[in-house]
Design a protein around this ligand. Structure first.
Ligand code: DP6
Length: 413
């Protein structure tokens, strides 16, 4: 029986999902349709307080079909095979729920409206497919009341975008490459919860860039087809590194974690260079940041910071909370904010590392780092457009109805 409550209560769910940054990189597919990777990877989930995608999904028998709005713009749902795959996989899982419970409303047969927004500007060049597909899958999981575990749902997110499967979980997450042809064992698992290492924090350096980069999807296929270095990476390097990285995280050994994070980022970009034709994601500012991090570690006499770059010029720098003050002082001194930008917008200081935004980068506490800043000098103002200070975060969050992005008619608010 369809109760009257079913008609009154909207069948909708709103969730937010995090961004993740890989410290052992996923690059290469053995199956492009199912998005099965050539190697396992490992990432850190970043806090949704600073970077996230929010998504509302609503099902109604009255909807003519599926519709999608991304950051305020309606998109053609049928144009993306990956999106269609994700929605139809979730509907199949829902159909099983309905089969088992004759009272369950037949949501699997109704139209869906999906509305999704990033809390960071897409123009910042931050990858949003991971948080986007993770949000969509968790929203559908909530709406459809799917019994599947997060690890099982990560398989559905994976079909949208490989790296999205890791955003289904918080903390430190491994994506097991798996060996099965159907992808049943290619899923994400939590290596350690966020609370395991509360000292670990990250800075996202948004780097200005003019050129359009090769998409990860296209780039990695060319790499698989042409790079001999890549074959070596998959066969010998990554399996060893996965084990070492897990051990470093388990031991909260920052120096080991940081060293391997930098090495694996470097190898990923080396493999891109070894691709034919070569792919360059990092730019001059990225390379300057790399050099600065190494010089910083030398100045403080230990491995206190680590950089990593994905398929673009932005840097993510890991450091422990106690080292962030000196590091931000150095970065803001060497990479002055764009002229038009107020200090408090360039670096928001959510953890109150400084007493006031005017103090950021004025004086550098550590004399060795102050001397380093002097020797590096300053880069063109605005080469780094923004510094987002964040920390390790939790997995997707189910939000209350008041946070919905859709109105009563199921249209964007
Ligand atoms: C460089 O997940 O964007 O960020 O599976 O084709 O959607 P598709 O690719 P995507 O690739 C991300 C690659 C990377 C490294 C990583 O996140 O592990």
């Amino acid at each position: 029986h369809q109760s009257s409550a079913d008609k009154v209560l909207p069948h909708e769910a709103t969730v937010s999902a995090p961004v993740n940054i890989a410290v052992i990189k996923y690059w290469g597919k053995r199956d492009a349709g199912l998005i099965l990777p050539t190697n396992s990877s490992l990432s850190v989930t970043l806090s949704q307080d600073h970077l996230c995608t929010r998504t509302t999904v609503c099902a109604a028998a009255e909807f003519g079909g599926d519709r999608l709005w991304l950051n305020g713009v309606e998109e053609d749902v049928t144009a993306s095979a990956r999106l269609c795959n994700v929605i139809s996989t979730a509907r199949k899982l829902r159909a099983a729920v309905e089969q088992a419970d004759s009272a369950a409303p037949r949501l699997s047969t109704w139209g869906l409206h999906v509305c999704s927004e990033n809390n960071f500007p897409t123009a910042a060049g931050l990858a949003s497919s991971a948080s986007g597909y993770a949000a969509l899958v968790s929203a559908l999981g909530t709406l459809f009341k799917l019994p599947q575990s997060a690890a099982e749902l990560s398989r559905v997110a994976r079909v949208g975008s490989g790296s999205a499967c890791r955003s289904i979980l918080g903390g430190f997450v491994a994506w097991q490459a798996g060996v099965e042809g159907d992808g049943s064992d290619s899923l994400a698992e939590q290596v350690a919860a966020r609370a395991h290492w509360p000292q670990l924090q990250a800075l996202v350096l948004v780097v200005s860039d003019r050129k359009k980069t090769v998409s990860s999807t296209a780039g990695m296929q060319t790499t698989v087809a042409t790079s001999p270095l890549f074959a070596e990476r998959v066969r010998n390097v990554v399996p060893r590194r996965m084990a070492v990285m897990r051990a470093a995280i388990a031991a909260r050994d920052f120096a080991a974690f940081a060293t391997l994070t930098m090495q694996d980022s470097n190898q990923f970009h080396a493999v891109c260079q070894d691709t034919f034709p070569p792919i360059a994601y990092m730019n001059d500012t990225s390379h300057a940041i790399t050099n600065l991090v190494h010089a910083f570690n030398t100045a403080v006499g230990r491995v206190a910071a680590a950089y990593t770059y994905d398929a673009g010029p932005n840097a993510v720098i890991f450091a422990l909370h106690d080292d962030m003050r000196t590091l931000v002082q150095l970065l803001t001194r060497c990479f002055p904010r764009p002229d038009s930008m107020p200090a408090a917008a360039f670096y928001e200081d959510p953890f109150a590392v400084f007493a006031s935004p005017d103090l950021v980068g004025r004086d550098i506490d550590d004399p060795a780092v102050a001397a380093l800043a002097k020797s590096i000098g300053t880069f063109t103002a605005g080469s780094v457009r923004r510094i987002i200070h964040t920390e390790v975060g939790d997995g997707p969050r189910v939000l209350p109805l008041s946070e919905s992005l859709l109105n009563h008619a199921g249209m964007p608010k």
